[in-house]
Design a protein around this ligand. Sequence first.
Ligand code: SAM
Length: 243
Amino acid sequence: THFGFRTVAKDEKAVMVADVFHSVAAKYDLMNDLMSFGIHRLWKRFAIHCSGVRRGQKVLDLAGGTGDLTAKFSRLVGEEGEVVLADINDSMLKVGREKLRNKGIIGNVRYVQANAEALPFPDDTFDCITISFGLRNVTEKEQALRSMYRVLKPGGRLLILEFSTPLFKPLNKAYDLYSFHVLPRIGEMVARDAGSYRYLAESIRMHPDQETLKAMMLDAGFDSAEYFNMTGGIVALHRGYKF
Ligand code: SAM
């Protein structure tokens, strides 16, 4: 397939992911609300709830894009804390920075262009790392997980919010129909870009399921890992700890 993973080399995937997010950046927030019927806000709220982040802590919102989680963490950590919004894509970072500044979120947020596979931070830096709807776009997921483990402080935790494998199999057909036929049409109408949304649907299909991702976290060094299904497993929140 045009946007399928199996048929493209690793560098090509990185270029493709870059193109997709340069293309969707301006309409990203609107599309998120349309495609998930606004439910992504609830998934994100649950992730924040499970993060245990407190005043004064240091948080990395990795693949943070337009900064939904960063905005919430910025309030939680207060002036003594810091949130780093890191993303590989400068178009997404730019939209995120604009949006947060317009909301008056300034003092405690830093913006860093970075690849999740090679994080430019010292060991043991963050109390919490989140990667929300970002990991499936990363080419070398194992390497990225190891990099996240390295920059977490002992006692810190990683939260991965991502599309996953729906638990109720008979619904899979309807879900596929929606992802592969409805989503690209919405993408075409709203963002004039069906191809990017077809890629997003395929990347969801290819992403490791709940148990596989949990095993990958443990393999990457996490000392414990667990997950919570949401909306029947359409989305899962994985949480890993560094002891
Ligand atoms: N976290 C935001 C949210 O939940 O709305 C944005 C998610 S958006 C679907 C995925 C983001 O991952 C994009 O901004 C993209 O640029 C970023 N991304 C893709 N590959 C990456 C990588 N290797 N390292 C860092 N960010 C990456």
